[in-house]
Design a protein around this ligand. Structure first.
Ligand code: NAP
Length: 281
């Protein structure tokens, strides 16, 4: 079997076009949906991420403000900026790019964002809403993975999903979203003694680890759907995921590529959350 690709670029294009239509409708009513992105410091990867996020917003007709601050910014100064944006009626979504410099408490800053503007979905209120099945902003990466499953018409009800990774921004919310779709969910992590034992039973595997070749063909049940969240570099410096793509695609029924899979979907769901934030007003 050679797996079919779940094309994150194509799906993103479609979803971003829908966002653009919604943005145009709001703009006609005098509300231009606005996203503020805060970057503190000079982390090169973060600079690329924020640039891509701001450009994606602008391309979809959203208003986007990028605020860049030196790594010397104090925590109090950053909290004051977030508070000002919380009270700014032209801004509907606030994103503080992580990681922050070591002297600033990430958690404290994320918790200072109004849950009404928490378009990254990282606030405890957003995580709690997901946990209890109430409306709230969903973390963009797992939300994007769910959209990818939806795009292939995959019915998760009664399926066994294995999530590899338990971070607050990917693994845990991913598991909650799969559970909400009535999958039976197993969460694996670095202390899981026999990862392959679990993944071999899975109808769906989501790999969110950050290590190459965490999932190889012998660990995948024939016909499984494989979603690769990982972003790593191979020996030649090329972007690759957590999954041994070449091997696993011969066993799986559907697979997401890296690049061109989950990555573009993450930014797309940020746009979706921002438009939702503006529409809720
Ligand atoms: P993270 O916070 O470092 O979490 C990694 C998780 O993997 C942890 O829960 C860890 O377990 C687990 N783990 C580590 N080694 C393992 C092993 N050998 N077997 C099983 N589990 C193992 O990373 P993250 O923020 O969730 O991100 C994960 C990956 O996704 C990274 O490559 C990141 O760059 C990528 N990512 C991509 C996007 C995108 O848009 N494509 C967005 C976000 C993240 P413990 O909890 O026990 O330490």
């Amino acid at each position: 079997m050679t797996a079919q690709l779940i094309d994150g670029n194509a799906l993103s294009k479609q979803l971003r076009a829908e966002v653009a239509i919604r943005a145009a409708k709001l703009t006609e009513k005098g509300i231009t949906p606005g996203l503020a992105v805060i970057l503190v410091g000079e982390n090169p990867a973060s600079q690329v991420y924020v640039r891509n996020k701001v450009k994606a917003c602008q391309d979809a007709g959203l208003h986007s403000v990028l605020e860049k601050y030196p790594a010397t910014m104090t925590e109090a100064e950053l909290l004051a900026r977030v508070e000002a944006l919380n009270n700014d009626p032209t801004i509907h979504g606030i994103l503080v790019q992580l990681p922050l410099p070591k002297h600033i408490d990430d958690h404290k800053v994320i918790e200072s964002i109004s849950p009404l503007k928490d378009v990254d979905g990282f606030h405890v209120a957003s995580a709690g809403a997901l946990m209890v099945g109430e409306p709230g902003f969903k973390a963009c990466t797992p939300y994007g993975c769910m959209k990818m499953l939806e795009s292939i018409g995959y019915d998760l009800r009664g399926k066994h999903a294995v999530v590899i990774g338990r971070s607050n921004i990917v693994g845990k919310p991913m598991a909650m979203m799969l559970l909400q779709s009535s999958a039976t969910v197993t969460i694996c992590h670095s202390a899981t003694p026999d990862l392959a034992y679990h993944t071999r039973q899975a109808d769906v595997v989501v790999a969110a680890v950050g290590k190459r070749n965490v999932l190889t063909a012998d660990m995948v049940k024939p016909g499984a759907v494989v979603i690769d969240v990982g972003m790593n570099r191979d020996d030649e410096g090329k972007l690759c995921g957590d999954v041994d793509f070449v091997g696993v695609k011969e066993v799986a029924s559907w697979i997401t590529p890296v690049p061109g899979g989950v990555g573009p979907m993450t930014i797309t769901m940020l746009l979706v959350n921002t438009i939702e934030a503006a529409e809720r007003l």
